[in-house]
Design a protein around this ligand. Structure first.
Ligand SMILES: NC(=O)c1ccc[n+]([C@@H]2O[C@H](COP(=O)([O-])OP(=O)(O)OC[C@H]3O[C@@H](n4cnc5c(N)ncnc54)[C@H](O)[C@@H]3O)[C@@H](O)[C@H]2O)c1
Length: 317
């Protein structure tokens, strides 16, 4: 895609900033982010032409001006922690549902042609069926998942009532540079890479045989670009690798990369953890022409490198 005017909500976050990097030098990119979890550092290598508006998507009085003249809106701004959503569901409803509804309405009012909404594999819940196919009945098991599901419905609703095109992308487990390892329930890849970079043991909950579908963040940015330009109005599309990897596999690959055994601290399984999750990627392949390109080994190498560089930059104390 090139020569488009693109608005990315949440562009200073982990995934949003990679999308900014990918699209920023071929397009006119603006991001709106309240920097609640995102950082300016995530945008430090973004093309200089990228504009950042530090504001919340809940400030609806600002949205008409922010939206005006854009060809595509990628809506990533959200609160993203499952356990935090259980503790503070109201905040999740406000940011993820009210925020999404306001973004969609403002986009439709400003005659933006398309919104790509970033949803989550969490909407599938913990049903044992795998792989997860888009046609399965969603079964959210946390306020986070429910708010993402309501966001999907809001896309469907506004598409039927206005000329706005909407595309829903259900992301599986993202990993890569800039993912914050410090959050209590941070992604395992970020936590593992941080532990290895700091020479600490890795915590494994349960037997380590639980599986996840990990997708490298650079591949996600590519998939999102395609979701913005292909004729997929009204579609719900899984974005994953299609492969299931166990947590023990991740430790083995890290050990191969670092050429040393990785110390592991075994912990009891956590109640509520989903055991197996893998995307059916047929639709992404058929409608977007998307296939994951980055092997887990390559992606983990890049993640580890970034983690070591980050550690090197951390203030001494
Ligand atoms: N990381 C994953 O594995 C994963 C998986 C599935 C879906 N997702 C979705 O992808 C999107 C990006 O997630 P991420 O992992 O990059 O998280 P992140 O926390 O790094 O990014 C979210 C960004 O949104 C911003 N934000 C939050 N509330 C805002 C508001 N009210 N107004 C403006 N900006 C606001 C934050 O400052 C941050 O920059 C989210 O919608 C998330 O639900 C992520």
């Amino acid at each position: 895609m090139k020569g488009k005017r693109i608005l990315i909500t949440g562009g200073a976050g982990f995934i949003g900033s990679h999308l900014v990097d990918r699209l920023g030098d071929r397009n006119e990119v603006t991001t709106i982010d309240d920097l609640s979890t995102g950082t300016l550092r995530n945008l430090s290598v973004a093309p200089r032409t990228v504009r950042l508006k530090k504001a919340s998507v809940l400030q609806s009085e600002l949205l008409p001006e922010v939206m005006a003249g854009h060809d595509i809106v990628y809506h990533l701004a959200a609160k993203t922690s499952v356990p935090e959503s259980v503790a503070h569901p109201d905040e999740y409803w406000r940011t993820n549902v009210e925020g999404t509804v306001r973004v969609l309405k403002a986009a439709a009012d400003a005659s933006v042609p398309r919104v790509v909404f970033i949803s989550s594999a969490a909407v599938y819940g913990d049903s044992p069926e795998t792989p997860k196919v888009e046609s399965m009945r969603p079964a959210p098991t946390s306020p986070y998942a429910t708010t993402k599901m309501v966001g999907e419905f809001a896309c469907q609703e506004i598409r039927g009532m206005t000329k706005l095109e909407t595309v829903v992308v259900r992301l599986f487990n993202a990993y890569g540079p800039r993912q914050d390892p410090s959050a209590p329930y941070a992604g395992v890849m970020a936590k593992f890479a941080a532990a290895v970079a700091a020479n600490r043991p890795i915590d494994i909950y349960g037997d380590g045989e639980q599986t996840r579908d990990f997708l490298y963040v650079g591949d996600i940015a590519e998939g999102l670009e395609l979701a913005g330009e292909k004729p997929v109005n009204g579609q719900v599309i899984n974005l994953g690798s299609g492969e299931a990897l166990t947590v023990n596999d991740v430790v083995r690959i890290l050990s191969e990369i670092t050429d040393r055994p990785i110390r592991v601290a075994r912990k009891p399984a956590r109640p509520g953890d989903i055991l197996h999750s893998r995307a059916d990627v047929t639709r992404a392949k058929e409608t977007l022409g998307f296939v994951a390109r980055t092997s887990v080994r390559e992606g983990l190498e890049k993640t580890l490198q970034a983690m070591k560089a980050r550690k090197g930059r951390a203030p001494k104390g």
